[in-house]
Design a protein around this ligand. Structure first.
Ligand SMILES: NC(=O)c1ccc[n+]([C@@H]2O[C@H](COP(=O)([O-])OP(=O)(O)OC[C@H]3O[C@@H](n4cnc5c(N)ncnc54)[C@H](O)[C@@H]3O)[C@@H](O)[C@H]2O)c1
Length: 327
């Protein structure tokens, strides 16, 4: 069993962006398994949206599952919004071999997908970044993109809680970090804008983006229908996950027939591709394009499972963790 601190130690000796990039390509090659998620939602006694998601997956010799639970009222009682466990399974016996804290890796995986997307979609030379929503995901995105984008000089930040944006600004030495008074001000100043809020009603309109920007819709609910419709290109991580979830805006637009699968013919506008498809050469990325490009990463459990396997192997090599005997 690995605590968050032990997971963090393991991460110092492996590159999560490499693991995510290889797994996205493996997924496109059809050598992974990614069943539909199990999704359970309820309202807690405070009336807050509360949910549990079970995400199994397999790639190469890695088998496992992510269980990630969240309640939007958690921050008010001093808890992170989301938390859970990652499980590794033995490929022969299916027995659970490792249990690890999953919140840290969830943020690392999600930010790593965005880092791969920035590169694959031709935005690796960006000088400016906006982060809207400065919680766990926003912080990890800012840290990872600051580390991976050598030309990054300026970060504009917005959070409905100004303290969260100020706290994030203080963690970015060597980069000009500006706390903005609106999401629009932050977004319009940046070549790459990452949305990591908890909004479920779209508010980002097409004229917010700077010309040729990349909008990374991590929290999935921030873009209006018009912002999807007017994009020069719309990329996803996995088409099935997006299409199977009409409760999210892009899935709903697919169900309504506005967007279709990549390479589909017919009246629906085809999605422009998947990150894995771009990495394997099956889909094409046209690079920076006006008015702006959208990446809508739904979140693939198989990427977490690949990271769990890498972390578990590293923990064994370093003799980290606590042995549990279940009897
Ligand atoms: N697509 C994926 O793969 C993926 C993976 C993990 C999490 N997520 C999503 O990312 C989002 C952020 O997760 P988190 O763990 O960082 O949550 P969090 O609660 O730690 O942080 C959310 C932050 O957004 C701010 N915020 C909320 N609404 C806002 C608004 N309208 N404008 C500005 N700021 C606002 C909050 O004040 C908070 O600081 C969630 O919606 C989560 O579901 C997506």
């Amino acid at each position: 069993m690995l605590s968050r601190e032990e997971v963090r130690k393991c991460l110092t000796n492996l590159d999560p962006v490499d693991v995510v990039r290889e797994t996205l390509a493996d997924h496109d090659r059809g050598i992974s398994l990614l069943p539909a998620e199990a999704y359970l939602r309820w309202e807690n006694s405070r009336g807050a949206y509360t949910r549990s998601i079970g995400m199994p997956g397999a790639v190469r010799s890695a088998y496992g599952m992510k269980i990630i639970n969240a309640s939007v009222s958690n921050p008010a009682i001093g808890l992170e919004r989301a938390g859970g466990i990652g499980l590794c399974f033995d490929a022969e016996t299916a027995r659970i071999t490792t249990i690890m804290e999953a919140g840290l890796l969830s943020a690392v995986r999600t930010a790593a997908v965005s880092a791969v997307g920035v590169d694959a979609l031709g935005y690796g030379g960006a000088v400016s970044l906006a982060v809207v929503g400065c919680g766990a995901q926003g912080r990890m995105h800012a840290a990872l993109l600051a580390e991976r984008l050598p030309s990054l000089r300026k970060v504009t930040l917005y959070d409905r809680s100004p303290d969260a944006a100020q706290a994030l600004a203080a963690t970015l030495p060597g980069i000009s970090a500006q706390v903005c008074s609106s999401a629009r001000e932050a977004v319009s100043a940046a070549e790459i804008a990452v949305f990591t809020t908890t909004m479920d009603t779209g508010y980002v309109e097409p004229d917010w983006a700077s010309s040729g920007a990349l909008l990374i819709n991590v929290s999935l609910g921030d873009l209006t229908d018009a912002a999807f419709r007017d994009a020069a290109a719309v990329y996803v991580d996995d088409v099935d996950l997006v299409a199977d979830n009409p409760r999210r805006p892009l899935g709903r637009l697919m169900a309504e027939g506005l967007f279709g699968r990549p390479d589909s013919t017919g009246p629906a506008r085809p999605l422009d591709g998947t990150l894995g498809g771009i990495l394997t050469g099956r889909h094409r990325a046209d690079g920076v394009a006006s008015p702006y490009v959208v990446l809508n990463p739904f979140g693939m459990g198989v990427l977490d499972v690949a990271l769990y396997a890498a972390v578990s192997a590293q923990a064994r090599a370093e003799s980290l963790g606590t042995a549990l005997h279940l009897g």
